[in-house]
Design a protein around this ligand. Structure first.
Ligand code: KG4
Ligand code: ZN
Length: 322
């Protein structure tokens, strides 16, 4: 079973090939430099760039795997949530390719993609909890069976990755901010700046990260060292994610957890998760950030379960609950 997965929900063009559950090729063309001068993703520029590179990236992926388009068994693309223009580029391309080859097409939920990216290195069966922390999402779900997601909590304002990006910008660091904060935090004292863990002591499993950004701006104006601000911010952001996850695990009795999304690359987060004693599953390198292989993996799973293609008429879903 050879599956092509295409991801264009934001500013990365991802093309992945998965064969019988194994990632064969996973190419990502990043647009980071294109958007850097604007301080954020410009949707129209992202759409144009996806249009420019997608066909070539698919051709390269097939070439690297040494397969012809006709060998594909299934073509999948992210259907949502995300930026509508970029989504339409990948979706339109995938539907056209599937139709012209006479192959089935599946439109995949971006978060289901992240989940399957995190599961790529091993077989994990429900029930489990999944925390998705990326630039656009901070969502905690309980998964009782494949395809059945119960939302336990979500961010009330900024996503976790977004907070890393905003604090990085406050400190004059580059984009994406996560890796930059992580690097600078190593040189700082995580307890030098009086950050407090957001939402601590509150009932429920929601998150809130926008206050940390405001606090970082204030601490900077008060003269705290950037490295100490980075380390302190990272400490409380990680404590919020891990603390909430631990509490949900305790309350539900589900001790198997999957952590996915770009923030799952963070070392401090991984160390804190390892210390919880929970059964933690994390994405392998290359599958944390947006990519095509995770979309192909999610599509392969749904195809195996349902064996039903999506109609060629499905459209992008910029706001699509899981
Ligand atoms: O999943 P992803 O690639 O794209 C979205 O769907 O948003 O996540 C990107 C986010 C960015 O906000 C980025 O700053 C964050 O993940 N990120 C990190 C790290 N690497 C990426 N955050 C914290 N630590 C990291 N090492
Ligand atoms: Zn993502």
């Amino acid at each position: 079973m050879l599956v092509l997965g295409i991801e264009t929900s934001c500013d990365d063009t991802g093309v992945g090939l998965v064969q019988d559950g194994r990632v064969r090729v996973n190419l990502v063309a990043s647009q980071t430099l294109l958007h850097a001068e604007y301080g954020g993703v410009v949707p129209e520029l992202a759409s144009r760039e996806h249009t420019q590179v997608l066909d070539r990236l698919v051709a390269r992926a097939l070439e690297e795997a040494g397969v012809r388009p006709q060998a594909l068994d299934l073509v999948a693309a992210t259907r949502g949530p995300g930026l509508v223009g970029p989504l339409l580029v990948g979706l339109g391309y995938a539907k056209g390719l599937a139709w012209s080859l006479g192959k089935p097409f599946l439109g995949v939920h971006h978060l289901e993609g992240h989940l399957h990216g995190a599961l790529a290195s091993g077989e994990v069966e429900p029930p489990f909890l999944v925390l998705i922390a990326s630039g656009g999402h901070t969502h905690l779900y309980r998964v009782e069976a494949w395809g059945r997601y119960q939302l336990l909590g979500a961010t009330r304002d900024d996503a976790a990755g977004e907070a890393f990006d905003k604090v990085a910008r406050t400190l004059g660091l580059g984009y994406p901010g996560g890796p930059e904060i992580e690097r600078l935090a190593r040189e700082g004292d995580a307890h030098a700046v009086p950050f407090s863990v957001p939402m601590r002591g509150r009932a429920g499993y929601d998150f809130s990260f926008s206050g940390l950004k405001t606090a970082a701006v204030r601490f900077k104006s008060e003269g705290y060292a950037p490295a100490d601000i980075a380390a302190g911010f990272q400490r409380v952001a990680v404590a919020s994610l891990v603390g909430t996850l631990e509490r949900a695990a305790r309350d539900t009795g589900v001790r198997r957890v999957v952590v996915a999304g770009g923030v799952a690359a963070n070392r401090a987060l991984r160390t804190a998760l390892a210390a919880t004693g929970l059964e933690v599953h994390l994405p392998p390198p290359g599958l944390t950030s947006d990519n095509g292989a995770m979309i192909a993996l999610a599509a392969a799973r749904r195809w195996a379960r349902e064996g039903r293609a999506d109609p060629i008429t499905v459209s992008a879903e910029p706001y699509w609950p899981l």
